[in-house]
Ligand binder design. Structure first.
Ligand code: SF4
Length: 366
């Protein structure tokens, strides 16, 4: 039995079971989630991922939260695909700053074959040659495209469910929930890891949030990576007036995701600019073990890198090495962070001692 009182050889998750975890008293929930976390992951390591929009704006889809949709009046100009060398320079910089995963996003309904897809393949190869995990999010992809991305070395493909099947129609009308599941299946069958999560704060119920986690947890296999985002309301989008998400709701989502999909990386994603350091640390305690690192997400803001490095330093957290270099976890070998995380020293910047940078003393991420 695990700490949720469930047999490990369990059947499919139900929303009622997810709710029983989600609604636990917070200290109990944190305890159980952290215990589950330690069974599968080094306890004090957080992966730093950098996200770059390689093709911004002008998207034909109508996702209600997204400033990149051409259907919303957000003033965002559509840009063309960034050149490969520009993307790889950004990836190099991200690595220098401590990131171990580089995620490339393109505002497409679906990736089209031809020059642009070939350029994306070059980006993937280049990012992997730098020793970084490579993730891409390009909209819907076909079997052949998934194979080509796998052959190029793509580590993970992000395709979020966004919300529950029941609430989905309130947020997106141009792509069905089933199409999302089909893309995820293609990615999974190609051997690329699946990164899929969602957004809270869009007007959905707690049941919808948990319905999304239930769908993800019941995938065969469940995603390797689960981003949990809080809505960043952007003027000009239909969700511009949504009230902010309470940080404790994010904590509960991270903890529930950790309990339901214990092996996944739980990525505390959009919305961190509105969170205190303490709230972010509660999310780590709840089992979140990755953040997006860099001053910008695809188009919205993110805490600056100095603030994130200071948070890591002050909390004694270490950056996680790329997954390809991580020892396989097992119940008996994951309580020693030193075997799995790089060793990191936080050092004062030469020009300004108040600006901290970090030096990673590990061959893998040096
Ligand atoms: S979330 Fe993606 S698919 Fe939806 S509008 Fe934005 S860029 Fe397009």
């Amino acid at each position: 039995m695990d700490d949720s009182g469930k047999s490990r050889s369990r059947g499919p998750w139900t929303v009622a079971e997810a709710r029983a975890i989600h609604d636990l008293p917070l200290t109990e929930l944190l305890h159980r989630a952290q215990s589950e976390h330690r069974r599968h992951h080094p306890p004090n390591a957080v992966q730093l991922c950098t996200l770059l929009s390689v093709k911004t704006g002008g998207c034909p889809e109508d996702c209600a939260y997204c400033p990149q949709s051409a259907r919303h009046q957000t003033g965002m100009e559509a840009e063309s695909l960034l050149p490969v060398d520009v993307v790889l320079e950004k990836a190099r910089l991200a690595k220098q700053q401590g990131a171990t995963r580089f995620c490339m996003g393109a505002a497409w309904r679906n990736a089209r074959n031809g020059t642009q897809f070939d350029q994306v393949l070059q980006m993937v190869r280049g990012v992997r040659e730098l020793g970084l995990e490579a993730c891409a999010t390009l909209g819907m992809i076909g079997d052949d495209q998934a194979r080509q991305l796998a052959d190029a070395g793509l580590t993970a493909y992000n395709h979020n469910l966004d919300t529950s099947q029941e609430f989905y129609g309130e947020i997106i009308s141009t792509r069905s929930f089933q199409e999302r599941l089909d893309t995820i299946k293609r990615v999974s069958e190609s051997g690329i890891s699946v990164c899929s999560g969602g957004i809270i704060g869009m007007g959905e119920s707690v049941g919808d949030r948990l319905g999304m986690l239930v769908t993800l947890a019941n995938l065969e296999p469940p995603p390797e990576s689960v981003p949990i985002n809080a809505l960043v309301p952007v003027p000009g989008t239909p969700l511009a007036e949504r009230p902010p998400v309470d940080a404790l709701e994010l904590v509960r989502m991270c903890a529930t995701a950790r309990m339901m999909i214990p092996t996944a990386m739980v990525r505390l994603s959009a919305g961190r600019t509105e969170m205190t350091r303490e709230a972010q640390l509660l999310c780590f305690q709840a089992g979140a073990n990755s953040i997006f690192f860099g001053d910008k997400l695809l188009t919205t803001g993110n805490p600056d890198t100095h603030a994130d490095l200071a948070l890591m330093r002050d909390a004694g957290l270490e950056p996680l090495v790329p997954f390809a270099e991580r020892p396989q976890s097992s119940d008996s070998d994951t309580n020693d962070a030193s075997t799995s995380a790089s060793s990191v020293q936080f050092v004062s910047g030469a020009d300004d001692s108040s600006h901290r940078s970090h030096k990673v003393s590990n061959a893998i991420v040096s």
